[in-house]
Design a protein around this ligand. Structure first.
Ligand code: ASP
Length: 291
């Protein structure tokens, strides 16, 4: 971005670093399904206002691509981009998505190359603690999160978001979370771009990222992020977090989970790590839905 690069390249580069790091639940080191396998979801989305038109009538060009249930690539975000750039589709899954990898030159790997020692140990521990049947139902709460995401705006005013995940510990084979679902795990529009983490079932129902971006303009990114997370909490009682950038480069981030590791880069200030405090939200009555 400092050298005039574009927002799409920036979010993909950031997410690839995190996918490659076993500490995060994306790419290598993803959590495992109850069957002990990796199944990853990832997506990218970008938006730009078309030149010469401003105000409420501004037309916005958006592009998006995503993959679900993939286990043959180390960097699912590259495959998501390949879907956007090499197909007429937005979301592809499983074998069909892997065929795109071959055509687009995205390197393939073996499913077992994605399994870290830590993920295998956590999987065993969750099966022992809960029993395989209960583990399938236990998909948030103690679940190991660690989905990765990035948002960026470039000098041309293009905004982009990217999200990548292994999902949630104890998920059933075939479960698809929010991370590759446009509007839920990521969104880019005329106002800005957002990426989410947390309990996927709740994020899908709340359309968390679209909700956040649609609040921009009326609200600062910081307030938009906080209100969108508060609304999800109110509706579902679940834990989630969102990062957002508006088209003027202002940032927002909010979560109601125990923690959300967050960092920002701007050309003047470089990289800064942030401690984002948990949103203070009213406790919900016992029995209010968790997901
Ligand atoms: N949102 C991800 C999913 O539900 C998990 C996470 O963010 O930890 O697949």
């Amino acid at each position: 971005l400092r050298g005039g690069g574009n927002a799409l390249e920036a979010v993909i580069a950031a997410v690839m670093v995190l996918e490659d790091d076993a500490l995060f639940n994306a790419g290598y080191g993803s959590v495992l399904t109850t069957a002990g396998r990796v199944e990853m979801d990832a997506a990218v989305m970008m938006a730009r206002r078309l030149r010469g038109i401003s105000g409420a009538s501004a037309r916005v060009e958006v592009r998006a691509g995503g993959v679900v249930l993939v286990n043959r690539v180390r960097n699912p975000i590259l495959l998501a981009r390949a879907v956007m750039e090499h197909t007429a589709h937005v979301l592809m899954g499983g074998a069909g998505a892997h065929r795109i990898a071959r055509a687009a030159g995205v390197p393939l790997c073996r499913p077992e190359d994605l399994v870290s020692l830590r993920a295998r140990q956590r999987w065993k521990a969750s099966l022992v603690a809960l029993g395989a049947a209960k583990a399938a139902a236990h998909i948030d709460g103690d679940a190991h999160h660690g989905t990765v995401g990035a948002v960026a705006v470039d000098a041309q005013g293009v905004v982009a978001a990217a999200t990548s995940t292994g999902g949630v510990t104890g998920k059933r084979p075939g479960r698809i979370g929010d991370s590759a679902i446009i509007g839920a795990g990521l969104f880019a529009g005329g106002g800005g771009a957002a990426s989410a983490t947390g309990a996927g079932e709740a994020i899908i129902k709340a359309a968390l990222c679209r909700d956040t971006v649609m609040r921009l303009g009326r609200l600062s990114p910081q307030v938009a992020a906080a209100r969108a997370v508060a609304r999800l909490h109110q509706a579902t009682g679940a834990q989630a977090g969102v990062i957002v950038v508006d088209r003027n480069g202002r940032l927002g981030y909010a979560h109601n989970a125990d923690a959300m590791e967050t960092a920002l880069f701007d050309p003047a200030g470089g990289i800064r790590y942030l401690v984002v405090p948990q949103l203070k939200l009213p406790r919900l009555r016992a029995g209010t839905g968790r997901r």
